[in-house]
Each structure stands twice: as structure tokens, then as C-alpha cells.
Ligand binder design. Structure first.
Ligand SMILES: Cc1ncc(COP(=O)(O)O)c(C=O)c1O
Length: 379
């Protein structure tokens, strides 16, 4: 059998990781400014994580959501404290798309409505509702194209207010820092006025924190830079440092009913152990603060390169976009091939940095040297 060939691959076989470094099968070391697509939060193969996940596996890896799982309750309590959302409720699933799928369902039940307002440039995942609220026609299958969604411009409040005032809206969904959209940031003024309008019209505001959340922006959630408190917050990626897990934080205004939501694998013992170990390290090593400090240092360093090929450097914490005057491929590929450094990308000409949150200033300097040295190459 062959793999269903949907990924254009770099010809590198990564077999080992440690902190912010990974190695291929030939023993070549790479600096990881990509974090396996923003997933590695505490660093690759952290010893505490390995110890906790191994110990859990030796006890039990999985049982069903029909019995008590105290690890879920422990995770809810720890996550509530770490994020400042003690009074919210936690629902666990396996991926980001599933988190948004469940968030949108909850909002639709609450309001009785079916229309959603989403942002131009948004990416919210690839399952049915999540892909429908994603602003990319190419990945929406006809069966998902159900005309529920209106895409409106980021930071341009007026059309949002107009749509909200017409009524019939189930939810507003927003990435406070767009990932796939090219590290575009909501302004505090836009976010606050939008949140206010949502409250006024009784429409749940969903913050998709799947990429920009979980410490990456230098606060626990990116929306906490903007002074808003969404009704529903979705998470995945960094939550369990690579173990597949998604989560929905749900305001106390939503009352659960038995059977309303459910999942086979979500919140399993092994996943919870991985998420708890991730939180241990994030707190013990101050990684949210590290993301803020090293992120500022790195952005400043990139700006100081003063290259005419760099049009803009933007972001928060360790979610950084470098807008180039050429296709990102011309830099991203030679960065891997010759400078042995992974980065992410967005749009046509943006390098997207999403390193583990334990990146050091020395590693940030090392990246800047590689970026200065790299010679752009035609495809
Ligand atoms: C902002 C955002 N939302 C949702 C998703 C979907 O997450 P998953 O791929 O885990 O389904 C992603 C994935 O990149 C994302 O960046």
C-alpha cells in the first residue's frame, strides 16, 4: 500500500529530538524554529515528560470516558489556574479541528442559530464546520460548503457590527494572532469592541488559541494581550507537547447535558499525563515568560539585520512572521538544506517562526546568524 500523497515533503527523515534541536537519520543536527508546526511547547524529548508519560503507560494508557478519570479533573484544575480561567469548564478531544467543531456546536445550541462570522485569512481546521469557517476555498469540499459563514476583515469593526445587528448569528470565531493567515494580529481596540458587540447581541465569541495560545505569545493566551474574555477558547498543538490532544474551555454560562458532546479517545489517561507533564515543565521553567523575553529579543535581532529583503517583522512572543520581498520557498529550503534550520511559512512570502517555548537567547542568536548567511535559491 502507498501513502495518500497529500503532503509536499522536504526530503529529511527526522528521527531524534532534544530541546530545540532535531536530528535526521544521517546524524545531521538541525535547529528547530518550527516546533513541528507549533506543537512542541516544552522542547523535544524533555526528561520530565518522558518520565511521566512512561510511568503512565506502565499503569494504564487508555480506558473509556464512561468511568472516572482523575487525571482529567486534575488537568482541568491545573489548566484553570495556569490560564486564569478557573471558573470555566473543560472538554477534551484529540485535535484542533475537533476543538473548533465542538465550540461551534455549543454556540449553535446556545443561540439556536446557524450563521457564523469568521475572519478573512482565518484557518480553523479541516473537519466539516472547522473547514467551513476557514477562509480557503481550495480545502472546502462541496459537502462542507453549507453557506453558514460570512468572512469579514480583521481589525475593521464596522462590517462585524452590521452583521451582528442583523441577528441570526451563532458564533464569532477569531484567531487573535492568525497563523496560516501570516501572523496578522487583532488590535486591542478591534477585539474589545467586537467582544462588547458579541455580548450585546448575545453571540458567543470563540477564541481559536490552537496556534497562538498555550504560552506561545508570551501570555498564556494571545487574547490576554487584548483585554478580552471570550466565551469559548479552543486549544490543541502545544497542550501535550506532541501527544494528540485538543481542548475547549467553556464559560459557566454554558450548562452541560449528558450525551451532548462525546469522544472515544479524548482525555485518555496517556494524553492527560502528557498534558500534565507539559504544564509541570511550563510552570517549573517559566516558559511563558521565556517565550515573551526571547521572542522580543529574537524579533529585535531580526529587525537589526537591516536587510532590504525583510519587509516586516511582526508577532508576539515566539510566534513571529518575517515578511520577505521574495517567495518564502527561496529562503526556507536553503535554510534547511545548507543552514540546517527548520522554519514554518505562511502565504507566499512569510517565514513563520514557531519554535519550542524553551528557545534560549543563544539559540535565537544562532538562528539570526544562519538567516544572515543563507543564500536565497530559485526553486
Ligand atoms: C489556528 C488553528 N486552528 C485550528 C487548527 C487545526 O488544528 P488540527 O490540525 O490539530 O486539527 C490549526 C492547525 O494548524 C490552527 O493553526
Amino acid at each position: 500500500m502507498k501513502l495518500f500523497d497529500v503532503y509536499p515533503l522536504f526530503d529529511v527523515n527526522i528521527v531524534k529530538g532534544q530541546g530545540c534541536k532535531v536530528w535526521d537519520d544521517k546524524g545531521q543536527e538541525y535547529l528547530d524554529l518550527y516546533g513541528g508546526h507549533a506543537v512542541i511547547s516544552i522542547g523535544h524529548s524533555h526528561p520530565h515528560y518522558i518520565e511521566k508519560v512512561t510511568a503512565q503507560l506502565q499503569q494504564i494508557g487508555f480506558y473509556s470516558n464512561s468511568v472516572v478519570n482523575k487525571l482529567q479533573a486534575e488537568l482541568a484544575e491545573r489548566l484553570g489556574k495556569a490560564s486564569g480561567y478557573d471558573d470555566y469548564q473543560l472538554f477534551l478531544i484529540n485535535s484542533g479541528a475537533e476543538a473548533n467543531e465542538n465550540a461551534l456546536k455549543l454556540a449553535s445550541w446556545k443561540t439556536g442559530n446557524v450563521r457564523v462570522l469568521s475572519c478573512e485569512g482565518a484557518f480553523h481546521g479541516r473537519t466539516s464546520l472547522a473547514v467551513e469557517v476557514t477562509h480557503n476555498r481550495k480545502i472546502v469540499a462541496p459537502i462542507n460548503d453549507n453557506h453558514h459563514v460570512r468572512f469579514l476583515p480583521l481589525n475593521d469593526l464596522e462590517p462585524w457590527i452590521r452583521e451582528l445587528s442583523r441577528g441570526g448569528i451563532a458564533a464569532v470565531i477569531l484567531e487573535c494572532i492568525q497563523g496560516v493567515g501570516g501572523v496578522q494580529m487583532a488590535t486591542p481596540e478591534f477585539a474589545q469592541k467586537l467582544a462588547y458587540a458579541c455580548k450585546r447581541y448575545g453571540v458567543p465569541l470563540i477564541a481559536d488559541e490552537i496556534q497562538c495560545g498555550y504560552g506561545r505569545s508570551g501570555k498564556f493566551f494571545a487574547h490576554q494581550w487584548l483585554g478580552i474574555r471570550p466565551d469559548i477558547i479552543t486549544m490543541a498543538k502545544g497542550i501535550a507537547n506532541g501527544f494528540p490532544m485538543g481542548a475547549v474551555l467553556i464559560s459557566p454560562d454554558f450548562k452541560p447535558e449528558y450525551g451532548q458532546l462525546g469522544t472515544t479517545f479524548g482525555g485518555n489517561h496517556l494524553g492527560c499525563a502528557a498534558a500534565l507533564a507539559t504544564l509541570d515543565v511550563m510552570e517549573g521553567e517559566g516558559l511563558v515568560e521565556n517565550a515573551r523575553q526571547v521572542g522580543e529579543y529574537l524579533m529585535e535581532g531580526i529587525r537589526n539585520i537591516g536587510s532590504s529583503h525583510i519587509k516586516d517583522v511582526r508577532g508576539r512572543g515566539l510566534m513571529i512572521g518575517i515578511e520577505l520581498d521574495m517567495p518564502h520557498k527561496m529562503v526556507r529550503k536553503p535554510l534547511i538544506r545548507h543552514e540546517h534550520c527548520f522554519t514554518g511559512a505562511a502565504g507566499q512570502n512569510i517565514l513563520r517562526l514557531l519554535p519550542p517555548l524553551c528557545l534560549t537567547k543563544a539559540e535565537a542568536d544562532d538562528f539570526i546568524e544562519r538567516l544572515i548567511r543563507v543564500q536565497p535559491e530559485e526553486d
